[in-house]
Write a protein of this length. Structure first.
Length: 127
């Protein structure tokens, strides 16, 4: 049997891809932030981790930043995606610290536990 090669996607990855598709369909401008997943991958690639850190990558940064502000609210929004379902994902210590710093600076940082949860939270912000 031939082994399949290519990217391996987690449940959380798939949920984030669904979110990106939904944001795009809604016309909400956004971008993805290389974060802890990039750092985990870079650990196995010699000096790449130090390079990412030197370039400003921040472990714990939310997954998606919305360029468009919520209607009627000047606060910027960054989204953290976590696995939903029976075994929901858990924020890392790095994520808790970065999110706290962002909240203090006036950011809105909803954590979505699956696609349905985050869509409800984004719509609740007025988008």
């Amino acid at each position: 049997m031939k082994r399949r090669r290519g990217p391996v996607f987690s449940y959380e990855d798939h949920e984030q891809m669904k979110l990106v598709e939904w944001l795009t369909l809604k016309g909400i401008k956004h971008f993805c932030v290389p974060n802890e997943a990039a750092f985990k991958a870079a650990r196995n690639k010699g000096g790449m981790w130090k390079k990412l850190e030197a370039m400003g990558c921040l472990p714990g940064a939310p997954d998606i930043v919305l360029i468009d502000m919520p209607p009627g609210n000047p606060a910027p929004v960054a989204i953290e995606m976590k696995r939903g379902g029976d075994r929901p994902g858990v924020l890392t210590d790095n994520q808790k610290a970065v999110h706290a710093d962002m909240h203090e600076a006036g950011w809105i940082v909803p954590v979505g536990y699956g696609i349905d949860d985050i869509i409800d939270k984004v719509l609740g912000l007025g988008y």
